[in-house]
Design a protein around this ligand. Sequence first.
Ligand code: DAH
Length: 340
Amino acid sequence: MKEKLEQILVKASAELEAADQPQKLEELRVAYLGKKGELTAILRGMGSLSAEERPLIGAKANEVRTAIEAMIASAGERIKARETERRLAAEKIDVTVPGTPVRMGARHPLTLVRREIEDIFTSMGFSIAEGPEVEFGYYNFDALNTPANHPARDVQDTFYFSGDMLLRTQTSSVQARFMENHKPPLRMICPGAVYRSDDVDATHSPFFHQIEGLIVDKNIGLSDLKGALTQFSQLFFGPETRVRFRPHHFPFTEPSAEMDVSCFACGGSGCRLCKGEGWIEILGAGVVHPNVLRMAGIDPDVYSGYAFGIGQERLALLKYKIDDMRLLFENDTRFLHQFY
Ligand code: DAH
């Protein structure tokens, strides 16, 4: 029986040495030490031994049991350590590998121009207003001294929905809306999209953007308009910029003008950008027509004001020397990524 115990120890030692999985280790534990295990079977069979043999075999059996338990414990440690090593190797992250680059977006040139214009006018005390692109004919035309039979409608009359609704043709509609909710003194700009039934070419689009401006207060006149727009032009195009007003007609202003800035590329001597003119037109403006104030419930004998409408695309084309307006709307990212 003693030999048998020694054999068990040798065999267990070899098998435990080879065990490399937790479940294999558990099987071995059951096989040797479990209720039906080999060692247990021997201990059970001790009843048939003589009184001298029994304590000797008993002591030997306990020794073998302790040895097997110790081997199981150390095999368990070994298996666990190896498993940890394997996982560490498998989950290793090489932090020095270059990442997948994320392509950064860029601001659209129209956004850049709008923000710059907003910065300039808010620094002059203007607030920023908004109005709907789907508009009533009333705000787009009638409230701006442009009744149904007015010839000025022809140039802009466009994209009607049923009834009196249309896509606004000018941000001037926000003038009328703003004056309904604000009493003078008031000073606002309104950037936004407008629509007209123009065909698409290098300088036209049925969809474009304007920035409207309106100020109403006591004693506001053409000189204030000229001062503010000169300052704007010099901040936007550079301190050397001069401005020039040409008489024009808009139904909602009287007098009305179109404003040119001296060409910032050639300084006024004439070049490709200004088509040899030395001047570049950038906006329409004028002193607010008394009828417009009256329609808004403002007394034109007490208050006066000026208004202007800037073409946002035009300023973007000029500022970034872009020669085709379509580039602004085609969303070709190779083009758009050049601006920030
Ligand atoms: N709304 C005009 C247009 O679209 C531009 C304009 C001219 C706006 C004169 C104004 C203004 O406020 O006073 O052509």
